[in-house]
Design a protein around this ligand. Sequence first.
Ligand code: URA
Length: 305
Amino acid sequence: MSGAAQRRAHLQAMGIQAWVRRDGGSPLAAGEAAQDAAPPVAGGEVLEAGEAVVARVAKPQATAAHETAAPEAHVDEQPLPAEPPVPDVRSEPSASPREEMPVASVDTPPGIDVDALDWDALQATVARCAACELHATRTQTVFGTGNRNADWMIVGEAPGVDEDRQGEPFVGRAGQLLNNMLRAIGLQREQVYIANVIKCRPPNNRNPHVDEISQCLGYLQRQIALVKPRLILVVGRVAAHGLLKVDTPLGELRGQVYRFCDTPVVVTYHPAYLLRTPRDKAKSWDDLRFAQRVAEGRDGGGGQT
Ligand code: URA
């Protein structure tokens, strides 16, 4: 298969319609603009597909606050409508509380210098962690998986029912979509390192509490220090808020480069949210390409710390 055909296949695997350039160039993902037949945007690429004109800008635009991701925790475990009547998130109130979030300080189990642990000791410490109440309801901890020397680290929220059962992050439906998203930018799951901000499943897939995140974050911080990735891709609002200690709606976090322990961080939608809101897959494709440029040092993204 040619490179372009392969890319088209991966975009389709992500559920994104690929538009073929008349000049034979690379296919691009068609977003909402396709349906809206949006007019050409200054500075953007303009493609034609059938009768629709697709206008795209080169860099993902931070979306408006009202495009905040809806609550997304572990949607892969919740029954999805057969053909989802796509919720109009634009008309929903922000899922993110606007008031200041209490800042989660790193507060790992007393008596353990997590920063001194190697991989085996870290994993063993996580496996017997009882620092918060989540230990009482977990089947097992979900430490992380993948290449411990990866350039890319993917950070999600918390294990769901499948992950709790299997002991590996992102193995449910959201995980399948995450794999497709990675493949779309030429990465195999095994090439990246995948972990969550929380290592134990919150009961009934509720959002993790601030104190639970603060008690777990030291483990992730140590994982990041050991992997030393070139880029951290954070998926979803809860993970982004937990890691970056901000309260900014997800739509505003997109298209920016943040830093966590000196490592560039790019934020995109959680795959479980994308399963519910497929029309935002094109935006996540923009985010992935932006992350790719950041990882390759081709885009500083206007940097925030
Ligand atoms: N959602 C997450 O954020 N992490 C997982 O591991 C699975 C689903």
